[in-house]
Design a protein around this ligand. Structure first.
Ligand code: XMP
Length: 339
């Protein structure tokens, strides 16, 4: 598709012009936008870019590996992985309120990212810092002056809105960084819509699991556990979620749903029976939706046979879950996420 080739070439040229020989940093979230933005900037300036992946432990099964292995293999990018799982769990300990969770996750993210950015600025990047700029300062690396953001055209238009789009921004917001860490933004996707970003991602050779990933909230599984977040609860939800995704994919319906949140009602217990004994476990909610832009949504009419396979597998394979329900609320009045 020559149009996408044009967009890629022009964007690569524009990034080169904007950053010159300076160093650039980027936060990878596991989502499509940051991945495509990073891949494009990598094409443009190679080793001048260092990506940071903060593993907050709230991603779905297999997603950290997709960033750490597959994305790196496809792009050759310098990646610094920060394992912050314990830190996030501690910070979230005992917190059930959704907005409180969001605040904590956003705050911790900024802190961890900031620490990584400082280290990279000091010269400890994953790759070479390049030749030093002035002969008088042999070991001083170029400072990092730019930060890549995967801002899309709809984010630009809607900025200021109070919904998910605005949250995505506050989550990775540069505004939250301290004064001595101010970056100029590089936003190579600013003129693109989501479908164009995916096409660009394919053209840049990114793995299809990343390019075709459904939207996923920045706070991740943290807002899909109704109740406080713990390591055990995350494991339960990750297992149930992986089964739902596997079966949706096997049914060939990935592109027919916009998002498919799986929600753990961790503070609710339900009675069940297995073999001869009574169980007292947790219900899971399946929340598949169709949508154009996440502003409104409808519940997806998934085939009964598919719902049945998901239900059977989850109750058989995830010991703590003994009941599977389907959310049939449109948005409005429901939101896509439960929190
Ligand atoms: P709701 O639940 O408001 O979600 O219908 C609309 C879209 O936004 C996503 N979402 C978030 N994304 N940080 C994010 O980055 C958040 O705090 C957040 N909350 C919701 C949600 O997954 C859906 O795509």
């Amino acid at each position: 598709n020559w149009t996408m080739v044009n967009i890629a070439d022009e964007s690569i040229e524009a990034v080169r012009e904007q950053v010159g020989p300076k160093r650039v940093i980027c936060a990878l979230s596991g989502g499509v936008d940051s991945a495509v933005a990073a891949a494009l900037v990598q094409r443009a300036i190679g080793d001048q870019l260092t990506c940071v992946f903060v593993d907050h432990g709230l991603l779905r099964k297999g997603e950290p590996e997709q960033v750490e292995k597959d994305f790196v293999a496809a792009t050759g990018v310098n990646l610094r992985v920060v394992d912050a799982r314990d830190r996030f769990l501690k910070a979230l300990d005992g917190v059930s309120d959704p907005e409180e969770k969001r605040k904590i996750i956003g705050r911790e993210f900024i802190r961890v990212f900031e620490a990584a950015a400082r280290e990279i600025t000091k010269g400890g990047s994953g790759g070479s810092a390049g030749p030093s700029p002035q002969s008088g300062a042999p070991d001083a690396p170029e400072p990092v002056e730019f930060l890549v953001q995967g801002t899309l055209y709809p984010d630009v238009v809607e900025s200021g809105g109070g919904t998910g789009a605005a949250n995505i921004k506050s989550h990775h917001n540069v505004g939250g960084l301290p004064d001595d860490l101010q970056f100029t933004l590089v936003e190579p996707l600013r003129n693109l819509f989501k479908d164009e970003v995916r096409a660009l991602g394919e053209q840049l050779g990114l793995p299809s699991e990343i390019v075709w990933r459904q939207p996923f909230p920045g706070p991740g599984l943290g807002i899909r556990i109704i109740g406080a977040v713990t390591g055990d609860r995350l494991d339960i939800l990750r297992d149930a979620d992986a089964i739902a995704r596997e079966e949706l994919t096997a049914a060939g319906l990935d592109r027919d749903v916009w998002q498919f949140p799986v929600v753990l009602l961790a503070d609710v217990r339900s009675v069940g029976v297995q073999g001869d004994s009574r169980t007292y476990g947790h219900p899971i909610v399946l929340r598949p939706v169709t949508s154009e832009d996440a502003m409104t949504a409808d519940w997806a009419r998934l085939p009964y046979a598919l719902l049945q396979r998901i239900s059977t597998r989850i109750t058989n394979e995830v010991r703590e879950v003994n009941r599977v329900t389907v959310d049939i609320t449109s948005k409005p009045p429901g939101t896509i996420e439960w929190e």
